[in-house]
Design a protein around this ligand. Structure first.
Ligand code: ADP
Length: 189
């Protein structure tokens, strides 16, 4: 079993890289952002609930998010592990993930941290807003997502660093170069 947790600020390229790794490693990408957006577009109860938080750039409550991830990681395609993207985002989620993986007889194998300077991140998100028209890609929401990231998610970097799981990847390079750097880090783990 191999569980890889991709970390990085909004706009760092986690989603893009997780998709490439999914192909390369044959492990499913589990993205909480994608799961919430799927529920939104299918107008499920979970989607309705998540919408109010997402549109403001706030985090969806931990209990809801954790239950969704538990359900996803229990699917048969995740028996060999998964590439987690966008989860965990809080210390409570990190603790829940440890517990969940222990139940499955696994643990986090590596936490690649895709690092990109903040000014570049905001530029990227504004551009993505124009292209994709995501409702949470407007300027006020982007600022809030950055704030939420710095206060709630960045502390996880210290946690994983202390456990010796964190490996920093320079995210301000071409998609292919970042992908190769990730593959090397994973192969060496
Ligand atoms: P980005 O990485 O660009 O910020 P995501 O697609 O990962 O965007 O997430 C979009 C939104 O979905 C977040 O702003 C948040 O509202 C919600 N979300 C995603 N993952 C989580 C999570 N682990 N916990 C709580 N909310 C989440």
């Amino acid at each position: 079993m191999k569980y890889i947790v991709l970390m990085g600020a909004p706009g760092a390229g986690k989603g893009t890289q997780a998709k490439l790794l999914q192909q390369r490693l044959g492990l499913p990408q589990v993205s909480t952002g994608d799961l919430f957006r799927y529920n939104l577009s299918n107008q499920t109860e979970l989607g309705q609930l998540a919408r109010s938080f997402m549109d403001k750039g706030e985090l969806v409550p931990d209990d809801v998010t954790i239950a969704m991830v538990r359900e996803r990681l229990s699917q048969p395609d995740c028996v060999r592990g998964a590439i987690l993207d966008g989860f965990p985002r809080t210390l409570a989620q990190a603790a829940a993930l440890d517990k969940l993986l222990a139940e499955f007889g696994g643990h986090i194998n590596l936490v690649p941290y895709i690092h990109v300077e903040e000014s570049i991140l905001v530029e990227r998100l504004v551009r993505r807003a124009l292209i994709e028209g995501r409702t949470d890609d407007n300027e006020a929401t982007i600022q809030n997502r950055m704030r939420v990231y710095l206060t709630q998610t960045a502390p996880l970097l210290t946690l994983y660093q202390e456990r010796g799981l964190l490996v920093q990847i320079d995210g301000d390079q071409s998609i292919e170069t970042v992908h190769e750097a990730l593959c090397q880090a994973i192969a060496a783990a």
